[in-house]
Design a protein around this ligand. Structure first.
Ligand code: CAO
Length: 424
């Protein structure tokens, strides 16, 4: 048994944000039916292709455990099939540009009238307001959500992060909204509209920076390196390099081999509770009682001095040796792992966070498995579907179309482009 057994999801998502949401629902056991444009499919199938003839990793890594049907919902016949699908599903998830679903003829009002129990879940770039009509991609979301203005170094330009907080972050937010709405439906009997705007999701993930914005009105941000360097603050939260966002100062420090290896670094947190141990470790036991260094408050204006001394020690060891020494002492550190090291990480493979999957066209490849572990709902990652692989299965098995009716639908162009091309 899986947590979402019996839940059927009509997956109208594409690119990254929506597909990460529906992939999570599929991992938790929902039957996810991805609706794609005939002959074209999700645009990511043919983006960043590394293996001619096979769907890209961009697509396969976002669409595991789903079924794919081809359906041209701009034809009358396609709309009729979509209506039947809406009747038979619990959730419709979409991340089209604003207005697309309405133009298709499936607004929230229409969807509700077809199936009052349906949950309509949408990702858009912005919530209601003057930007509501804008198309948005990952990096735009990071910029308008406060991540870019607070990422990078003070003397450099704004930087976007490698973590897809706009896309995958919104997918996570939406998934939570969907399961919450499903839970409420148990008692209300009604579906509802669930919206997760990418800007809102990034703001949510950047809340410590909004905290700092308000603190700034009451004085300088003393835990920022800039404070110890005597540089004045402006009226907005500055970029803080690798300073820790919490109350325990931390920094990225060089380790043995840093001259040749771009990832021979560790993150090192000077947690107050273990400060005396850190002092002994780095050969400065005197700092444990020195009034200039003994308390967190005293250290804040001297963070450069503190981290230079710690780095003199970390450069004598590899990033993994630093972890092995610090962990037993309760000192929080983390090696800067390259993607190559992550791909090969035994622990991540054992936990199912990195898995190998066999794909019919590309063969065996690595992917990210479900990062959320449920003790009573195991996840087995299956390959992403080929375009339209389940059209017949879904239309006959789920909707009850006969072989003749399927043939008629195909002739009418619901599964192909010819009729539309002629009409256009
Ligand atoms: N049958 C027929 N038509 C279909 C179809 C199907 N099965 N599936 C999609 N289409 C059509 C839509 O109806 C739409 O047509 P119209 O513009 O004529 O109404 C068309 O495909 C394009 O849809 P779109 O506008 O959503 O796609 P786009 O490539 O122009 O924009 C994106 C992509 C991501 C910018 C936009 O969808 C968007 O802003 N989405 C919301 C925010 C989001 O999720 N962004 C994250 C993307 S990941 O970085």
């Amino acid at each position: 048994m899986k947590a979402l057994d019996g839940i059927r999801v009509l997956d109208f998502t594409h690119v990254q944000s929506g597909p990460t949401c529906t992939q999570l629902l599929a991992w938790f056991g929902a039957d996810v039916i991805k609706v794609e444009r005939p002959g074209v499919g999700d645009a990511t199938r043919s983006q960043l292709v590394d293996m001619p003839g096979a769907d890209s990793l961009y697509f396969t890594m976002l669409n595991h455990n789903k079924r794919s049907i081809e359906l041209d919902v701009k034809t009358a016949e396609g709309k009729a099939v979509l209506t039947r699908l809406i009747e038979s599903c619990d959730v419709l998830v979409e991340n089209f540009a604003p207005g697309v679903l309405d133009r298709m003829g499936f607004s929230w009002e229409v969807v509700q009238s077809i199936n009052p129990r349906l949950i309509l879940a949408s990702i858009k770039g912005f919530g209601p307001g003057k930007y509501a009509d804008c198309k948005v991609y990952e990096n735009v979301a990071q910029c308008v959500g406060g991540a870019a203005s607070t990422t990078g170094f003070r003397d450099g330009i704004p930087v976007v992060t490698g973590a897809q907080i706009g896309d995958s972050g919104s997918g996570l937010h939406l998934a939570l909204g969907i399961v919450t709405a499903l839970y409420q439906r148990e008692r209300s009997g009604r579906g509802q509209k669930v919206s997760a705007a990418m800007q809102d999701g990034v703001v949510n993930l950047c809340r410590v920076k909004l905290r700092d914005q308000q603190r700034l009105e009451n004085g300088p941000l003393r835990e920022y390196s800039q404070f110890g360097e005597g540089l004045p603050f402006g009226d907005a939260v500055p970029r803080a390099g690798n300073d820790s966002g919490g109350g325990q100062p931390g920094r990225v420090l060089r380790c043995k081999g840093w001259q040749d290896d771009p990832n021979a670094y560790t993150y090192f947190i000077t947690q107050a509770a273990v400060w005396p141990r850190i002092c002994v470790l780095i050969g400065r036991p005197d700092w444990a009682d020195d009034p200039d260094f003994a308390t967190p408050e005293a250290r804040l204006p001297r963070l450069n001095t503190v981290f230079e001394a710690i780095e003199a020690w970390t450069t004598t060891l590899t990033k993994f040796e630093v972890m092995e020494v610090c962990n037993p002492l309760g000192i929080p550190v983390g090696p800067i792992l390259s993607m190559k090291e992550i791909a090969e990480d035994a622990g991540l493979r054992e936990s199912g966070t990195i898995v190998e999957v066999d794909h019919p066209a590309r063969g065996r490849h690595l992917t990210v498995g479900c990062p959320i572990k449920l003790s009573d709902s195991a996840v087995e990652v299956t390959p992403a579907p080929l375009l339209g692989a389940h059209t017949e299965e879904v239309l006959t098995g789920l909707l009850g179309y006969s072989a003749t009716e399927l043939e008629q639908l195909a002739q009418a162009g619901a599964f192909g482009l010819p009729r539309r091309a002629a009409a256009e």
